[in-house]
Design a protein around this ligand. Structure first.
Ligand code: FES
Length: 121
């Protein structure tokens, strides 16, 4: 689990430390907060990814759903998204998730600016 991260965990670049380095095992996901926005953090095959946590269909939390490889399935109506790109893989969602830059260092896991904005595909 992410431990309490304070204001000292933000860099001038806007990156924000959101979790301890080893907070996520492979194939796991967790919800973190970045600028009051719920973000889903994933570790897949050793790589870290971050997307919006809120499903673009009807606002369910994707981290309450299921992660299968690079696909996250919404728990409410089973829309599926491709985690690395945020793209919709299965309806009823029609809009992609925003994908964020994420990296890990000795201090922890950091989430930064959007790499790809969500919305209509
Ligand atoms: S809220 Fe996610 S598919 Fe409906």
């Amino acid at each position: 689990m992410a431990r309490g991260m304070g204001m000292g965990d933000r860099e001038t670049s806007g990156r924000q430390r959101v979790a301890a380095r080893d907070a996520l095992g492979d194939g796991e996901m967790m919800r973190v907060t970045v600028d009051r926005r719920d973000v889903a953090l994933y570790r897949i095959d050793g790589r870290l990814y971050a997307t919006d946590d809120t499903c673009t269909h009807a606002r369910a939390s994707l981290t309450d759903g299921y992660l299968d490889g690079e696909t996250v399935e919404c728990p409410l109506h089973q829309a599926c998204f491709h985690v690395p790109t945020g793209r919709v893989l299965a309806p009823p969602a029609t809009e992609a998730l925003t994908v964020y830059a994420v990296r890990v260092d000795d201090e922890g896991i950091w989430v930064g600016r959007p790499l790809r904005l969500g919305g209509a595909e």
